[in-house]
Ligand binder design. Sequence first.
Ligand code: KG4
Ligand code: ZN
Length: 347
Amino acid sequence: MVNITPLLQHSIAPHPLLLAIETSCDETAIAILRGRALLASEVASQSAAHQPYGGVVPEVASRHHLRHAPQLLERATSDAGISLGQVAAFAATSGPGLASSLMIGASLAKGLALGFDKPYLAINHLEGHLLSPFFGSEAGIEPNVALIVSGGHTMLVEVNGVGDYRIIGRTVDDAAGEAFDKVAKMLGLAYPGGPEIERCAQGGDPARFGLPRSMLNSGDANFSFSGLKTAVRYLLPKIAAPEDGKVLSDLCASFQRAVVDVLVAKTIAAARAARRSLVTVSGGVSCNHELRTQMSLGCKRAGLELRFAAPRLCTDNAAMIAFAALLRWERGDSTPLTTEINPNLAL
Ligand code: KG4
Ligand code: ZN
């Protein structure tokens, strides 16, 4: 848990200006909210820098954060038409993530809070994803079963309100996005692999290659994607020309469908078990159109309501961190400046 002190340390202005910084992995992002209105949301992606390595290199990531954060800060304040002195509170992602990346954003936010004598809010990255389907909503957070599906995490959470979460399942090995990235690397596709696999899967036959749906009938809400990845690895040498356009397309479609089938079935089962009528889906993999289509069909059949994070809020961004900070702020929360980042921060 993030060490947030529920003391009413600040008077709650109705439409505070909040500035949030997200540097948990390989996106440098800064956003500014005035109340629920998004005034600015800057994201500097580092994909190109990590592409040659097929994954994120922590040292490269932190150097990029250091280089980009000051420019983003200038751009965000200029887009929002505000000065830093007007900001009511400064927030940053404090975990989970890469230590050397988290440190850059959290130090910057703490420095700003100290310099302008304003509160600091440490935000859990997972809470940012978790609440993102409600971004901007005045209605508050409706109870739901949430699927967070990203490069670092795949989990099902029962959400009862802000700060009231119960993890009901998670991956026991690879995250779904990680499986997309690793399989893409095997197939010689670029990083990040999710969008590449989705692109190649277009027009492909999802039934051509029989790939495993691990833990589909495990009777719990946990996931496993490492067996699927291994199945693709063993399959490749048996295919005559896996790089051939049609074969590659069928392979990507079959892999994508295997991931999606498990995500959809487990999410619906979890919602039923928790007796929730609303399902929410967030995180980088929730950009995926096949997931959106199959989850929509599955929820409709099961009589469940469904709410996705908006596509621009699926991959890492600071707007979702600012929104989580706003909901915390409205409860009167703030975080002591002595609170450290935590790469293994739990929800
Ligand atoms: O939420 P995110 O930006 O970072 C983490 O918190 O991990 O998620 C990044 C992950 C990567 O693994 C990426 O391959 C995956 O999301 N991703 C996708 C798609 N877009 C991004 N996976 C499948 N289909 C997509 N369209
Ligand atoms: Zn994320």
